[in-house]
Design a protein around this ligand. Structure first.
Ligand code: SF4
Length: 402
């Protein structure tokens, strides 16, 4: 039977921005206890090369402290592996499309903390990659994976306990996006992201997964969610599906709301429910209904008329991320009125006759609108992509403001 350990860690005094030794000792103690509780063989770590994979998605710890794996957890587990006799312990990540890992490590504070203790850092984007055949894949038959992950004797996944705009939850399976090459990362970043994540889950299965919920995040995560300070949750298992399913339920989600979990259960568990033994003395203190992320932008941003036609989650999520970022960083009143159209056109051609302000056609599906009104389309612009990158819209809106 799969075991999942969930517990609320007591007596912590630090934060993602401050890493006291007392917190590290306390977290080490908690993790050591959890490994014993789930019968994890720590002997596997002795003499091995260990790679830890945190979630460092475009970190911004001063303003958004709960989006990345807490440095206290990373350091505690690195030290624990060392105590267990690991030959070498390294921490690696590819933290976002075209976003340098070196910068993510620096901003998150990990560069200094790891260096001081003699642990290695792996900037996957600057390193070597290997092509791995993936015969069980539905979207990727070959996946380009960071070489240190494939070569590690023990691979430990350190995801963040948070919601996610595109996939409802982040957690363990989704964290594997940070081990693949950028050339493949943004492919299938639409409704089919659920199948993509399950493809990834079969390439290099982590030996252990430890979800950091010291500060958790709800709502518009990963970039503009709300931090849940001192939630102090940790969740541990060797099985990602059992772990994510359990934590999702603890967050108030039904598993059927989360397509990638349903698909993982269908494809990896062969549609058979596996019993899960959930343990942890204070696990029930972590039960909480997390705020759901909202994907639509329609009617929600004054001055921006968002017309969502035959559109999928890829464009919806990219637009919402851009507008959340704009609202978070600036005053929306400073921007000229704009109409943002996404998705395949509706039957009613009046839509474009009535646009307000700047016209922005977002994504490949919306390109068809260009042919509707040739006289007026000069006033508009089209952002190609399927979906376009979040920053494409953000940067364009910034330009229109100037
Ligand atoms: S361009 Fe179309 S298919 Fe592609 S992400 Fe946007 S709405 Fe979805």
């Amino acid at each position: 039977m799969n075991s999942v350990y969930l517990n609320k860690v007591s007596n912590l005094t630090g934060s993602p921005l401050n890493c006291p030794e007392s917190d590290i000792s306390r977290i080490k103690e908690e993790i050591a206890g959890s490994l014993e509780a789930i019968s994890y063989q720590t002997a596997d770590i002795r003499g091995s090369t260990v790679i830890l994979k945190p979630n460092l998605v475009r970190p911004n710890p001063r303003l958004i402290p709960a989006s990345s794996t807490d440095p206290r957890v990373v350091i505690a587990i690195a030290e624990l592996c060392s105590d267990f006799g690991a030959r070498e312990v390294g921490v690696g990540e590819n933290p976002g499309f075209e976003y340098p890992a070196r910068e993510a490590f620096e901003i998150s504070g990990l560069t200094a903390l790891l260096k001081k203790r003699g642990f290695k850092t792996f900037f996957f984007d600057d390193g070597e990659w290997v092509d791995i055949p993936n015969p069980a894949g539905r979207l990727y038959r070959n996946i380009r994976v960071a070489k240190p992950v494939m070569e590690a004797g023990v691979f430990i996944n350190l995801p963040k306990w948070k919601t996610h705009m595109l996939t409802c939850i982040s957690l363990s399976i989704k964290n594997l996006l940070g081990i693949i090459h950028d050339d493949q990362r943004m492919l299938f970043h639409r409704n089919d992201i659920a199948e993509k994540i399950v493809d990834l889950a079969q390439v290099r299965v982590p030996d252990l997964n430890i979800i950091d919920g010291l500060w958790a995040m709800e709502g518009q995560a990963p970039f503009h969610g709300v931090s849940i300070r001192d939630y102090n949750g940790l969740a541990v298992s060797t099985d990602m599906i059992a772990l994510d399913s359990t934590v999702a339920e603890w967050m108030g989600f039904s598993i059927s709301e989360i397509p990638h979990l349903m698909i993982a259960r269908e494809r990896i568990w062969n549609g058979v429910d596996h019993p899960v033994n959930v343990i942890g003395p204070e696990k029930d203190l972590l039960k909480r209904r997390f705020k759901r992320p909202v994907l639509s932008s329609a009617g929600q941003f004054p001055g921006f008329r968002c017309i969502e036609c035959g559109v999928c989650n890829g464009c919806l999520s990219a637009i919402r991320h851009s507008l959340d970022k704009l609202a978070f960083e600036s005053d929306l009143k400073l921007y000229p009125v704009s109409t943002i159209v996404s998705g395949r056109p509706m039957c009613n051609e009046q839509t474009l006759d009535e646009w307000e302000g700047n016209l922005i056609l977002f994504g490949n599906c919306a390109s068809e609108f260009q042919f509707y009104d040739r006289a007026k389309r000069r006033k508009g612009c089209w952002i190609p992509g399927c979906p376009p990158h979040v920053l494409d819209l953000f940067n364009l809106l910034e330009k229109l403001r100037d």
